[in-house]
Design a protein around this ligand. Structure first.
Ligand SMILES: [Zn+2]
Length: 80
């Protein structure tokens, strides 16, 4: 699995919809790629922040990259 593929699997991973073999590949990549461990952590916190933003109107924490927030908001709009 490449980092790009990893990023594409992230949404399904967090939604719990990955197939067993995809999940295995996902975890294999996490075990060898510090970059994606950090990315997953940031992504999770951003999703949490966006959820809070939607619920309370709070601002997203400043440490969350703006482009990541926009990407998540855009993908949510597509799903809606
Ligand atoms: Zn990676």
């Amino acid at each position: 699995m490449t980092c790009r593929e990893f990023a594409e699997f992230l949404d399904a991973f967090l939604a719990g919809t990955l197939l067993a073999e995809e999940m295995a590949a996902f975890h294999r990549h996490l075990a060898v790629c510090v970059h994606c461990v950090t990315y997953l952590d940031t992504y999770r916190r951003t999703v949490d922040a966006c959820r809070r933003l939607g619920a309370t109107g709070e601002d997203v924490p400043a440490e969350v990259p703006e482009e990541l927030v926009q990407a998540i908001l855009a993908s949510r709009r597509k799903q809606a």
